[in-house]
Design a protein around this ligand. Structure first.
Ligand code: HEC
Length: 106
C-alpha cells in the first residue's frame, strides 16, 4: 500500500524510509515544540489535540504541509507549522510514526 501511494504521489522525500537519525532529530524537535500539546510520546496531553503516536509518516507530513500552506486552517497549528522546513517535517513525521502503539477494544 505504502509503495503504491509513494508511486502515485511520486514523492521521494515522503517515501524514503526514515533513518534512526531522523527519528532522533524529530524526537528532539518534538520535545521542544510539540510535546506540550501532543504529549511526550505522542499521546495528546490537551483534550483538543490529536494523538500522533503511531500515525503514518505520510499523513503527519501532509497535514503539517497543509497547515504551513494554509490549505488546512487552524489558528494554533498554522503558527506552529509556518517556520518548519521540509526536513524538519520529515523528521517529526519519522518520530511520530516510529512510536509503537497497541490498541485494545473496550
Ligand atoms: C499549543 C498546542 C499545540 C502544539 C504546541 C502543537 N500542536 Fe499540533 N495540534 C494541536 C491542535 C489543537 C490540533 C488540532 C487542529 C485542528 O483541528 O486542525 C493539532 C493538530 C496537529 C496535527 C494534525 C493531526 C491530525 O490528526 O490530523 C499534526 C500532524 C500536528 N498537530 C503536529 C504537530 C507538531 C509536529 C507539533 C510541533 C512542531 C505540534 N503539532 C505542536 C495543538 C498543538
Amino acid at each position: 500500500m505504502k509503495k503504491i501511494l509513494c508511486t502515485l504521489l511520486a514523492s521521494a522525500a515522503l517515501c524514503a524510509s526514515a533513518s534512526a537519525n531522523d527519528v532522533a532529530l524529530g524526537r528532539a524537535k518534538a520535545d521542544i515544540a510539540c510535546a506540550l500539546c501532543h504529549g511526550a510520546n505522542g499521546q495528546a496531553s490537551l483534550p483538543n489535540a490529536p494523538n500522533l503516536a503511531g500515525q503514518q509518516a505520510i499523513y503527519v507530513s501532509e497535514q503539517l504541509k497543509n497547515y504551513r500552506s494554509g490549505k488546512r486552517q487552524n489558528e494554533v497549528m498554522g503558527v506552529i507549522a509556518k517556520p518548519l522546513t521540509d526536513t524538519e517535517i520529515a523528521q517529526l513525521a519519522a518520530w511520530y510514526s516510529a512510536i509503537k502503539v497497541t490498541v485494545e477494544a473496550p
